[in-house]
Design a protein around this ligand. Structure first.
Ligand code: SAH
Length: 256
């Protein structure tokens, strides 16, 4: 009799253990990251950038502050290691948020000062624009895909970067109403540097731009005494800078 009771007890304990394991597994699947987990992942990303050649303290502080994961659209649902990993990440419409190292590197190359006026071509997720705003830059950003421009506007507003102006339009035309710019950052690759953008650089202004269709490299341009000094930099891989339909203009979109 006693043996039977012991066996029943063992059986019940085993069943409870299995049920406990199953319920834990369910919880892991539904895991929602806490702010602390995102912060830890972000700090790890910044320490990796330090290990590369990113030395600018202001840029590292800004990368530590901007909540990159919120700029990735909800449907892509990244985990902390993906959102803050050193690689590009899909944001829909066959576009990507740039790799953190490239964001930091391109920003560093521009040698920006707080209060300067910067034109970005290719708003995408809005992350690079937020980074620039965090550095005290007046940001004007152009995005050709309306849904991405709308999403970037929403997140930038929610994250209190309301000063960033996003235009739904074609970057090949630049933004003449706000030109000239102290710096221009292009985050999609044309076959060559568009003359319109060169014309919208201030005297002493800088531009960083990926150039090429098959093989691409970053070019850094400086306008000095009205002339352009062009330096070829590292090889890169960006999405192409596409042309809009002939009839479209850069008229401000609804909701800008
Ligand atoms: N800076 C972005 C990454 C952009 S990916 C970020 O921080 O997330 C490049 C973006 O350039 C894409 O969103 C693409 O739609 C946009 N793009 C491509 N051609 C363009 C053009 N002619 N004018 C403006 N944006 C363009």
């Amino acid at each position: 009799m006693n043996i039977q009771i012991t066996q029943i007890c063992y059986f019940l304990i085993s069943i409870s253990f299995v049920l406990l394991c199953l319920s834990c597994a369910g919880k892991t699947g539904d895991h929602v990251e806490t702010e602390k987990e995102w912060t830890v992942a972000r700090k790890k990303m910044v320490s990796q950038l330090c290990a590369y050649r990113i030395k600018d303290e202001g840029i590292l502080a800004a990368m530590n502050k901007v909540r990159r994961h919120l700029f990735i659209p909800e449907q892509s649902k990244p985990s902390p290691s993906y959102a803050y990993g050193d690689h590009p990440y899909p944001i829909g419409f066959n576009q990507t948020i740039s790799q953190p190292y490239i964001v930091a590197y391109m920003t560093q190359c521009l040698e920006l000062k707080s209060g300067e006026k910067v034109l970005e071509i290719g708003t995408g997720s809005g992350y690079q624009a937020a980074m620039l705003a965090e550095l005290g830059i007046k940001v004007y950003s152009i995005e050709i895909i309306p849904q991405l421009a709308d999403h970037a506007r929403e997140v930038l507003k929610a994250e209190k970067y309301e000063s960033v102006q996003v235009l739904t339009g074609d970057g090949y035309m630049g933004w003449p109403e706000h030109a000239p710019f102290d710096a221009i950052i292009v985050t999609c690759a044309p076959d060559d540097v568009p003359q319109t953008l060169i014309d919208q650089m201030k005297e002493g202004g800088r531009m960083i731009i990926p150039v090429g269709s098959g093989f691409q490299r970053l070019d850094i341009l400086r306008k000095k005494d009205g002339k352009i000094l062009r330096t070829e930099d590292v090889p890169v891989r960006f999405v192409p800078m596409v042309h809009s339909t002939p009839l479209s203009t850069n008229a401000p979109a609804k909701g800008k």
